[in-house]
Ligand binder design. Structure first.
Ligand code: PLP
Length: 441
């Protein structure tokens, strides 16, 4: 064991080191340049010149803790409202910055508990909201339990801090295999039949728009938000992945009519160069905070470097028309992935939005995966083959899911290359799927 404690998502000690990066490519220690096809924290790829320049300038700024006023922090808040929340001023109230998506969700959930006086919290099936405090509690993907998983079997899982209710996930897909399509899909009303009871004692329900391969569904959002309002439960939109870029619109929730009480942002908000996240509260929640001290503080939150990065990133989103670009590429990914999936018997489902796409394979049920088996799951082996062929494809640590989330600056030609490497690599999954099907007959 070396000095560094690695995570379960690590490519392994055998994988080549990343030694640099430029544009949409990583540079590896073995001399290769591989296409970065799955990096939700790097919306501008690597070394974007305008980001780099902003941070070079910011390196000369003082270290100002969150306890001090700092003009750059007010400016980042104003920029967020001007670039991302334009048109949403009728309900959006104010923002507080923090360090990570996990922290943002934990703060949003604990604020909801304080405001409602309730302890339970709710999410939907197969969600990931972080691995800190209450965000870990609502991370209900079984393998991301925050504890220990031994490869030869056995887990040590920390007990949850709060009672967690789990709602069914939204459905919806761009492509379904014949077996998946033949499965009966319950109606929205049927799926949400028990939701009111679950939200009745919940402080908040938190919904995200990518995890587990479940994307935005306006009808689902509006139904859950309506139930939450009736039951006195707050609604948090977790836009840590989708906010300000990746979904091709400022926020994924804009696909529905309802608006959240709280929105959390993170990942790409710092342009891929600093760790920064944000909690946006509605006007109603802001009014509740008015005249009170929200006793929640962090030394390095709202740091001048982070605030400079937020302002620079938002400026780039606006000046380079990044959202238009993502929407145009969304059409290409939808078309090509549908076509690829229809040629690969191993693919069960494809879903996505903007520049975030999930390719779910037939295989073991994700509900039983605790990351405690020695053999690499099929998704990791497909991703391993893709890396050998020159592209990084993500798995989220799931056994049967692959995901693409390239930098928002990726070109059409680079996208075609990424998709064709995925196409070639899926032969591994087909071979395994075909063998399983033959064995079953
Ligand atoms: C939807 C969602 N929310 C929150 C988080 C947590 O963000 P972070 O890893 O920055 O703490 C993630 C991370 O993958 C996420 O996908």
């Amino acid at each position: 064991m070396g000095r560094l404690l690695r995570t379960g998502l690590n490519a392994g000690t055998e994988a080549p080191q990343v030694v640099g990066g430029e544009g949409v490519h990583f540079h590896l220690s073995d001399g290769r340049k591989v296409l970065d096809g799955s990096n939700t924290g790097g919306p501008l790829g690597h070394g974007h010149p305008r980001m780099a320049e902003a941070l070079r300038e910011a390196a000369g700024l003082p270290m100002v803790s969150e306890g001090w006023n700092w003009r750059g922090r007010d400016k980042a808040a104003e920029d967020l409202f001007e670039v991302a929340l334009k048109g949403e001023e009728h309900w959006a109230g104010a923002v507080r910055f923090c360090l990570s998506g996990s922290e943002g969700n934990d703060i949003a959930l604990s604020l909801s508990q304080a405001l409602t006086g309730r302890k339970a919290i709710a999410t939907r099936e197969r969600a990931y909201h972080g691995l800190v405090g209450l965000s870990r509690d609502v991370t209900v993907q079984p393998h991301w339990h925050g504890g220990l998983a031994a490869p030869n079997g056995g887990t040590k899982v920390p007990p949850p801090g709060a009672k967690v209710h789990v709602l069914p996930a939204p459905e919806g897909a761009t492509y379904l295999s014949a077996t998946e399509a033949a499965r009966r899909q319950p109606s929205l009303d049927e799926r949400l039949a028990g939701a009111a009871e679950k939200l009745r004692d919940s402080a908040a329900v938190i919904i995200d728009y990518t995890q587990g391969g479940y994307y935005h569904d306006g009808a689902y959002q509006d139904a859950v938000a309506g139930i939450a309002r009736r039951e006195g439960c707050l609604w948090i939109a977790d836009e840590v992945v989708t906010g300000v870029g990746r979904s091709g619109r400022p926020f994924a929730f804009q696909g529905g009519d309802t608006r959240p009480d709280i929105v959390t942002l993170g990942k790409g908000l710092g342009g891929g160069m600093v760790s920064v996240a944000a909690i946006v509260v509605s006007k109603d929640v802001a009014a509740e905070l008015d005249g009170k001290s929200w006793q929640n503080y962090g030394t390095l939150r709202g740091h001048p470097m982070a605030m400079a990065a937020v302002s620079a990133y938002l400026g780039i989103v606006r000046d380079e028309d990044l959202l238009d670009r993502v929407r145009a590429l969304e059409v290409l990914y939808a078309r090509r992935l549908t076509e690829i999936a229809s040629r690969h018997p191993s693919v069960a489902r494809v879903a996505g939005q903007g520049l975030h796409w999930t390719i779910e394979l037939h295989g073991p049920d994700w509900r039983n995966w605790l990351a405690d088996t020695p053999e690499a799951p099929i998704a990791s082996r497909v991703a391993g083959h893709a890396l050998g062929a020159g592209a990084v494809i993500g798995t989220s640590g799931e056994q049967v899911s692959l995901f693409l989330a390239p930098p928002l600056i990726i070109s059409e030609a680079e996208s075609e290359r990424l998709l064709s490497i995925l196409d070639d690599s899926l032969f591994l999954a087909d071979r395994e799927h075909n063998a399983t099907m033959e064995g079953a007959h």
